[in-house]
Design a protein around this ligand. Structure first.
Ligand code: ADP
Ligand code: MG
Length: 363
């Protein structure tokens, strides 16, 4: 690729709806992607991720709504005039063509002169670390190499927007981890506005500047990985990202009561009738010396202790009968010596900053 930096474009999606018969694949979706941002659409299968990407690329025309790249309305612009590179959920490579033939395709479509095509194809292959692979046939390549060819084909014409639909889902875990870092570096190098699709929460957390959590054709929350994890907007997001346990709480005046006591918390709770306490297992602390000042303390009894190599998982029944709390601890230092046994009486603590109150509705 040339060294000129791409002049990235912001994307603005407004009130986009797409129905297939009774199915709302997209239900009034609005989304702003910042210029040069790496934004991930994260959601379960069937939530509308591919449909949204196809709308951005121009292969699917929505029922209504507007789509802008920069200041330009593009909803009626055909795909090849949108300045968008895309990798599809299946690689969608031409199996009978060589690697170079596949990567050259978008340039031929755009009537780029032949000499320039050869040069740009090789540069794109270098970028995805497949320099010298041009003459190979697609069916001679591994899954990871095919995926790189698909990426090279998507970036060869230096689009200002790059769309990737579950590019790594067919790869085994080790290669996937490696490719995540590579794609992230590629984005840092090229700087194009990128919309990435995955159903894998860890992948989304690893790669993204921001994540839009999608469910039933709607965006549930758009936030940085950190904010999504620490401050999920509702139970769906909290459940989909990371592990957590939920407990109903009650209000008494200005207090929020759980386990018989007012909770200490840092961030004011959302205004909802269905308020719940969300507890992430790795945020719960085992307090062998008893209750800690300035934290929420719970009396409990260990019901299950699971050793998992690098960490342990402890299930404990709250003495008040309010339910089961789950704690994850690292297997190091004092923990190795003092792992509780089933039946032990325990004090569990939760710091105010880790005491997260959320809207418990599963929207
Ligand atoms: P995801 O990529 O998140 O798995 P999709 O965008 O592919 O989800 O699909 C969203 C919903 O729209 C699903 O219920 C799917 O069955 C439906 N859908 C998508 N494309 C079509 C189509 N061409 N015809 C009919 N239904 C479709
Ligand atoms: Mg899909």
């Amino acid at each position: 690729m040339s060294n000129r930096t791409i002049d990235a474009l912001p994307i603005s999606v407004r009130n986009v709806t797409k129905t297939y018969g009774p199915v709302h694949a997209l239900n009034d979706v609005s989304l702003e992607v910042r210029s040069g941002e790496f934004l991930t659409l994260l959601g379960p299968s069937g939530s509308g991720k591919t449909t949204l990407l196809m709308v951005l690329a121009g292969f699917t025309r929505p029922d209504c709504g507007s789509l802008k790249f920069g200041d330009r309305e593009v909803i009626r612009t055909p795909p090849h005039l949108r300045d968008v590179g895309m990798t599809f959920q299946s690689y969608a490579l031409f199996p009978h063509m060589t690697v170079a033939g596949n990567v050259a395709y978008p340039l031929k479509l755009r009537k780029v002169p032949k000499a320039e095509i050869t040069e740009r194809v090789e540069a794109a292959l270098e970028t995805v670390q497949l320099g010298g692979f041009g003459d190979r046939r697609i069916d001679q390549l591994s899954g990871g190499q095919r995926q790189r060819v698909a990426v090279a084909r998507a970036i060869v014409f230096e689009p200002r927007i790059l769309l990737m639909d579950e590019p790594l889902s067919a790869l085994d875990k080790k290669l996937r981890d490696q490719m995540q870092i590579e794609l992230r570096h590629l984005h840092e190098k090229l700087g194009m506005t990128t919309v990435y699709v995955t159903h894998d929460q860890r992948e989304a957390l690893t790669m993204s500047d921001r994540i839009a959590v999608v469910n039933h054709g709607r965006i549930m929350q758009l936030a940085t990985p950190r904010d999504l994890y620490d401050r999920p907007a509702n139970r769906f997001v909290a459940d989909f990202i990371g592990e957590s346990t939920f407990f109903p709480v009650s209000r008494s005046g200005s207090d929020i009561l759980f386990d018989g006591s007012p909770l200490l918390y840092d961030v004011p709770p959302p205004d909802t009738k269905n308020l719940m306490l969300m507890v992430r297992p790795e945020r719960v602390i085992l307090s062998p010396e008893g209750p800690r000042e300035g934290t929420n303390n719970f009396t409990a009894r260990a019901t299950d202790v699971v050793y998992q190599g690098d960490s342990f998982l402890l299930h404990a029944a709250l003495a008040s009968g309010a339910g089961q709390i789950v704690l994850r601890g690292a297997m190091r230092g004092a923990n190795v010596m003092t792992l509780p046994n089933v039946g032990d009486a325990l004090t569990l603590s939760l710091a105010p900053e880790d005491t997260v109150l959320i809207d418990g509705s599963d929207k």
